[in-house]
Write a protein that binds this ligand. Structure first.
Ligand SMILES: [Zn+2]
Length: 343
């Protein structure tokens, strides 16, 4: 799958990519991984630069400074621009919009990319080179050897996998689609200082269940593509059995997670660092691992039925029952052999 390699294995930059549907715990997962002393968690890197009124805009960092006002991201930007990849930020943003979207390469080409059969254009190769330069600028600025990018979009995992000098590990974050449906039924007004980056209007359960199924089905295909370098992590396991789940996660991404497990065991707050986008939780500066099971009490029975009709086939494969419980079957089994086979 990757292009030709120019770096010896020991010098390849490791990127842990967190993918999955929104509201599935990717920000908590990213913060927990980012608390490891070798790791920098940067949030949703795909949102790093955005087109805005003919120019460029950035997101509000979790340190409550805007993109280039944040000393960390300012240094990243300067290093990235002096790295000699020859792609200006405006072009980079335009290419990112093209290549990170289904519409960019066309559905058939995405399917071929999953199957490793796609030939790359010159601009695609240059976009990958600029993406690698950005990741290296982040690692150098942070002084860390591992980056966590929680952009969520499964297609981005395939892009990163095409960069030969990266050691990409994929984490597929899954949460019960009915919990996601409940979360998406709520309306949030845009309030960037509180971490709400745009207006979120209430979405019907059928829409969320369809979107959840599509994203997770694609993520499952992508996860298979990464084979032994991929893990499936359920939100429910992370919040109810964080120690065992983090240990299993660490084995998949090649990290000894004992320092983080120790923090979780003692109830310590986990700092979020300089996350550029993600769940509003990041704006509090710290996170705690805590189960949110509100949907079990509040999601109307009619919406539950709708979710099960649309997404039940996939919920079952991830070990969720119709009653809303998590079984230990399938991909949820701890340290299991079934984790890589299922879904
Ligand atoms: Zn910052």
């Amino acid at each position: 799958m990757p292009n030709r390699r120019t770096q010896p294995d020991a010098q390849r930059l490791r990127v842990i990519y967190v993918m999955g549907a929104g509201r599935s715990g990717s920000t908590v997962l990213s913060a927990l991984l980012g608390a490891h002393p070798q790791v920098i968690g940067v949030g949703e890197l795909e949102q790093y630069l955005l087109p805005h009124q003919g120019g460029l805009d950035g997101q509000l960092c979790s340190c409550r400074r805007w993109h280039l006002q944040c000393p960390f991201w300012r240094e990243v930007f300067d290093r990235w621009q002096s790295a000699g990849h020859g792609v200006d930020p405006q072009t980079f943003v335009a290419w990112q919009a093209r290549y990170s979207d289904f519409r960019g390469l066309g559905h058939l080409r995405w399917l071929r990319l999953i199957g490793n059969g796609v030939r790359c254009s010159a601009s695609f190769e240059r976009y990958l080179a600029a993406t690698e330069a950005l990741l290296r600028a982040i690692a150098e600025t942070a002084g860390r050897s591992v980056i966590v990018d929680s952009s969520k979009n499964p297609l981005r995992a395939l892009l990163l996998g095409r960069i030969s000098d990266l050691d990409v590990r994929v984490v597929h974050a899954v949460r019960d689609g009915r919990a996601v449906a409940w979360s998406r039924k709520k309306t949030y007004r845009k309030d960037e200082l509180s971490g709400v980056q745009r207006e979120f209007r209430s979405l019907p359960a059928w829409y969320t269940a369809t979107h959840w199924s599509l994203v997770n089905a694609i993520a499952s295909l992508v996860r298979r593509r990464f084979a032994d370098h991929a893990a499936l992590i359920r939100y429910e396991d992370l919040v109810t059995e964080p120690e065992a789940t983090l240990e299993r996660l660490g084995q998949s991404v090649g990290l000894d997670m004992r320092p983080v497990i120790d923090d979780v065991r003692h109830g310590r707050e986990i700092p979020v660092g300089h996350m550029i986008a993600g769940n509003r939780l990041r704006m509090s500066g710290v996170i705690r691992v805590r189960a949110d099971t509100e949907w079990i009490r509040k999601l109307p029975a009619r919406d539950r039925r709708t979710c099960w009709i649309i997404a039940g086939w996939l919920l079952k494969r991830y070990g969720y029952t119709r009653q809303g419980e998590c079984t230990r079957r399938g991909p949820c089994a701890p340290q299991g052999t079934s984790a890589r086979r299922a879904a």
